[in-house]
Design a protein around this ligand. Structure first.
Ligand code: NAI
Length: 779
């Protein structure tokens, strides 16, 4: 195109970024890459090609990591770990700072290499991905500097296996590596098979920064290499990718005592109210769904627009779509680049072509041949249409309409995912009213796809668990300094033969605020140390679990209520327990055959006071993000928590688990101490007299080993905790893979319930989810 023609058409001219330096770097490395292990590149093994998706050209060959390669990398990481952690946060901060500086120094090289390998527009890799990478290392240099002061009693997991996807190859690496290193872990990272090059360049940067050998190791390869890393001798696994693989990883790590964070897929709603600034909302939508060609886990891929403005909004949107420039990703004026790989292109095609519902509009802009897909809008769908539910992971927006705010919320939440959401209205009242009601880990008000190292990012539901960014993200790379001693299984006292049952002292279950007979109609004799029958405890079954979960779900008002009110109820439980202290103490002594009853009741009363105190003091924080506006990292209740209570402290254990959970706004299904359940059944009356709304606390008695997997598999339970003395971790974590619920299991480790560990702040973290609400403002 000549300058004259440009003046006449006012169209963009070509503005290609030079690829020479990046291509030269590949050639300098020999164009064939081995893994980066123990501080040096290894000789290439069996390799596969990595291509530029925009042109189909082969860029380099990359090694397919074997089980042995992974083991060698893990070994190198293990060798380096103690010294790395021993440097202390302040020592490590210097290295993270050096990495940040070097990323900035080589920013252009990183950006071009990323665009070549992934196909994303250079404008994005240059202005978004790489600056966010540098920002992440800076921020985590700071978190490392302050680590000992801010996270007392916590230490590194050890060796982290980290697996990242191809949509933000370098940025996801930074999100994984920076917090891991800050916390004192060493890492083995596997980039996605389509996009390994910037990770390999990062390895070079680690060398330049003088990072001790083995602290960062990069093993390339496909899903089989990833699976080998998950199976290897690592202490924590961090994964970003599809929900399907996340589920496999949850199952593969079950019962191994590993840390696990999963950042998975999404189908994020983009809600436009009729009083929104429609032109801004259209621009926001361009960012939401055409940023990185829609290959973004938190893409605003589901447009929900209020009926009155739907037609006008769609018209504006179609006009804007026609103006998008799709083409050479290295061209600085291109909006939408290439799809990462022909395989992903055919997945997108197959999903869109299989749909017959609604009306499909393809942008009228020119689409180059090859691995490109036109910006597409499929309007007029209903919530049950496959395209409204399935993650397409391409430049395809689906849309439907709503009438009222309540309907908007219902539609937005009508998904198995819960990663992000955007809300558009010029009335901030509307936005701030809607934001807490959305099932999403991130909510953008009048904006989209805003990220920052200081703001936690991550999902709820099947979008995974754990956060990346800020102190909340760092916390996922830390574990308690002291693991408890091994917990011994506690067996109930056997009864004397042919015990006469003069009085029917069968306790019941506690469901929905009422005492309920067990569905199976069975009970078990509970005996004291001498073998004398004390009473009968019902044996709950899966039907009772279902009833209890249903009751807990029905008590949703508790979660929405004021923390001040919850605090009062928890204080009141403590007060009413104190009033019956003698009776409970005697019962505990008889049940356990010990003499700790009095102290246990006193501690349980105190525990209520502690968690009541916390109820209105753990609300979250303001994340200092670099926008004109604010980002709130709000602590919300997890929802319904199923918990296996400790066997060893039948009252104190139950109270220690229940009180933090309900104080933070959750509803609970508690399975009482298995050997000593009658302390829990006596507790019903305390709950009855303490203004606890029905369904907030539900208590079952019965065998932990049978009830735990039922709770863990239940689709309406958001989290399962286990402090049981039975070995349940594997069963719970495996069953939890179904709806990817959060788990917190003791791995057979004892906790001193009467001491500080009994009111560990970790309870607050496990009882809440972080929701990050971004609120840009200004005229
Ligand atoms: P994927 O989840 O298969 O790949 C992500 C990473 O996991 C890659 O590094 C891959 O090599 C690795 N991996 C694959 N199988 C594994 C296993 N069994 N164990 C351990 N690691 C394994 O994603 P894929 O196949 O590239 O894309 C499929 C779909 O997943 C996309 O169409 C998209 O819908 C979704 N996706 C979502 C992402 C997100 O950030 N939410 C990122 C990438 C893909």
């Amino acid at each position: 195109m000549t300058v004259r023609e440009i003046f006449e058409s006012m169209d963009y001219g070509n503005a290609p970024e030079a690829a020479g330096d990046a291509l030269a770097w590949i050639v300098d490395q020999g164009s064939r890459f081995g893994h980066f292990v123990g501080g040096s590149y290894q000789a290439p093994g069996e390799t596969f090609e990595t291509r530029n998706p925009a042109t189909g050209e082969v860029l380099a060959e990359v090694t397919q990591g074997s089980v042995e390669d992974v083991a060698a990398a893990v070994k190198a990481a293990r060798r380096a770990q103690a010294d790395w952690e021993g440097l202390g946060g302040k020592g490590r901060a210097r290295y993270l700072y050096a990495l940040a500086r070097l990323v900035q120094k080589h920013a252009r090289l990183f950006a071009v290499l990323e665009t070549l390998d992934n196909g994303k527009p250079i404008r994005e890799s240059r202005d978004i991905d790489v600056p966010l990478v540098a920002r992440h290392f800076y921020h985590h240099a700071g978190l490392a500097q302050l680590l000992e002061a801010e996270h007392p009693g916590r230490r590194a997991w050890g060796v982290c296996g980290q697996i990242v996807p191809w949509n933000f190859p370098l940025l996801m690496l930074a999100w994984k590596v920076a917090p891991a290193l800050a916390a004192g872990n060493t890492v083995v990272l596997k980039p996605a098979e389509w996009t390994s090059l910037t990770a390999l360049l990062f390895a070079d940067i680690c060398r330049q920064a003088g990072l001790p050998k083995g602290v960062v190791n990069i093993v390339t390869g496909d899903g089989a290499t990833g699976a080998a890393l998950v199976e290897a001798e690592v202490d924590k696994v961090a994964f970003t990718g599809s929900t399907e693989v996340g589920r496999k990883i949850r199952a593969a790590t079950a019962g191994r005592g590993l840390g696990l964070t999963l950042e998975l897929g999404g189908k994020s709603p983009y809600v436009v109210f009729e009083d929104a600034d429609l032109d801004s909302a259209v621009e926001g939508l361009v960012d939401a769904i055409w940023f990185n060609g829609g290959q973004v886990c938190c893409a605003g891929s589901r447009l929900l627009v209020q009926e009155g403005v739907a037609e006008a909004f769609h018209a504006k949107l179609r006009a804007r779509m026609d103006k998008l420039r799709v083409g050479d990703p290295l061209d600085k004026s291109v909006d939408v680049g290439a799809i990462v790989d022909p395989e992903q292109l055919s997945r997108i095609r197959a999903l869109v072509d299989s749909n017959a519902a609604g009306e499909t509009y393809r942008a009228a802009c020119t689409i180059p041949k090859g691995c490109f897909y036109p910006p597409t809008l499929v309007a007029g769908l209903t919530p049950s249409d496959a395209l409204m539910q399935e993650e397409i992971f391409g430049p395809v927006l689906v849309s439907t309409t709503f009438r009222t705010p309540a309907e908007a919320v219902a539609l937005a939440n009508d998904t198995r995912y819960g990663l992000a959401a955007s809300v558009w209205s010029e009335n901030l009242n509307t936005c701030l009213d809607i934001a807490p009601k959305l099932a999403a880990g991130v909510v953008w008000i009048n904006g989209s796809n805003m990220f920052d190292a200081a703001a936690p990012f991550g999902g709820v539901r099947e979008s995974g668990f754990g956060r990346e960014g800020g102190p909340e993200g760092l916390d996922a790379y830390l574990r308690p300094e002291h693991a408890g001693k091994a917990l011994k299984r506690i067996a109930p006292f056997p009864g004397k033969d042919a015990e006469p049952q003069a009085v029917d002292r069968t306790a019941k279950l506690y469901v929905g605020g009422k005492q309920a007979r067990p569905d199976g109609g069975y009970a078990r004799g509970i005996h004291d140390k001498s073998g004398t029958l004390i009473g009968q405890a019902p044996i709950a079954n899966r039907k009772d679990v279902r009833n209890a979960v249903e009751a807990a779900r029905g008590a949703a008002a508790w979660s929405a209520g004021a923390a001040h009110n919850r605090a009062q109820v928890v204080y009141y439980i403590g007060e009413n327990l104190a009033a019956r202290a003698g009776e409970f103490a005697a019962r505990i002594d008889r049940l356990t055959g010990g003499r700790s009853g009095k102290a246990e009741v006193e501690a349980a009363v105190d525990r209520c006071f502690t968690w009541a105190a916390w109820a209105d003091k753990f609300g979250g924080r303001v994340a200092p993000v670099p926008i004109r506006g604010t980002a709130l990292a709000i602590r919300e209740p997890v929802g319904v928590i199923g918990a296996l209570c400790p066997d060893e402290a039948p009252l104190l254990g139950l109270v220690s688990v229940m009180a933090p959970a309900i104080a933070m706004g959750n509803r609970v299904v508690l399975v009482a101490s298995e050997p000593y359940p009658l302390a829990a059944t006596d507790f019903y009356q305390v709950l009855d007299t303490s203004d606890v709304p029905g369904g907030v606390v539900n208590i079952l008695t019965g065998p932990h080993a049978e009830l735990a997997p039922v709770l863990a598999a239940h689709m309406d339970v958001e989290a399962v905790w286990s402090f049981s003395s039975s070995e349940l971790s594997e069963r719970i974590e495996a069953a939890a893979a179904g709806n990817l619920k959060r788990t917190w299991v003791n791995d057979g480790r004892a906790r001193d319930w009467s001491g500080a560990a009994g009111e560990d702040r970790a309870f607050l973290g496990h009882a809440t989810e972080v929701k990050t609400v971004w609120i840009p403002y200004g005229a």
